[in-house]
Design a protein around this ligand. Structure first.
Ligand SMILES: Nc1nc(=O)c(N)c(NC[C@H](O)[C@H](O)[C@H](O)COP(=O)(O)O)[nH]1
Ligand SMILES: [Zn+2]
Length: 164
């Protein structure tokens, strides 16, 4: 039910609050859920893992580590076939650092596993002006759903490291 979506996004927002503030990115939280059982498969927040890591990227890398997969492995082999990804901010389609965008990481796992991406806010225009993630995900057959209601709280947390 719809209420669950907001609850998962609130959980993701609580994770985002653990992210060390930086002026050059956003503080984001992400949760991967087995949509058939409501089991939380993985969580992540911006900079949780070493390096300039994104919340969604941390979700994936933690899962790969749990299954002792190197970079070469594909998570699709260990994921159930109805995964929902909740992220407080929509996955990036381009990163100023040049690192692999999270949309590409989602597409690598594939639509057979990640069926829906639920986002709390669209990416603001500050670093990247036209996040093309929604179109890319939908073109790949992945549902993309904006869950309204938490925008102000999400942006407050996301931009905490930015000059006011
Ligand atoms: N969905 C999402 N999750 C994150 O964890 C995060 N930090 C961003 N932020 C998007 C923003 O576009 C990039 O943070 C900048 O483009 C700078 O790129 P880097 O983060 O340094 O690679 N977006
Ligand atoms: Zn990203």
């Amino acid at each position: 039910p719809a209420g669950d979506h907001t609850a998962y996004l609130r959980y993701a927002l609580s994770l985002a609050q653990k992210s060390p503030p930086k002026p050059s990115n956003y503080r984001v939280g992400a949760v991967m859920v087995n949509a058939a059982t409501n089991e939380v498969l993985s969580t992540g927040y911006t900079l949780e893992l070493p390096g300039n890591t994104h919340a969604e990227q941390c979700c994936f890398e933690k899962l790969a580590q749990k299954h002792s997969m190197g970079d070469g492995g594909n998570l699709d082999a260990v994921l159930p076939d109805k995964v929902a990804l909740y992220t407080t901010m929509e996955p990036c389609s381009f990163r100023l650092s040049g690192n692999l965008p999270c949309v590409d990481r989602i597409l690598k796992i594939g639509a057979a596993k990640i069926r829906t991406v639920y986002v709390g806010v669209y990416e603001p225009e500050k670093f990247v002006s036209d996040n093309s993630g929604r179109q890319k995900l939908q073109d790949a057959g992945i549902s993309y759903v904006h869950i309204p209601g938490l925008e102000e709280e999400i942006l407050e947390v996301a931009t905490a490291g930015h000059e006011k």
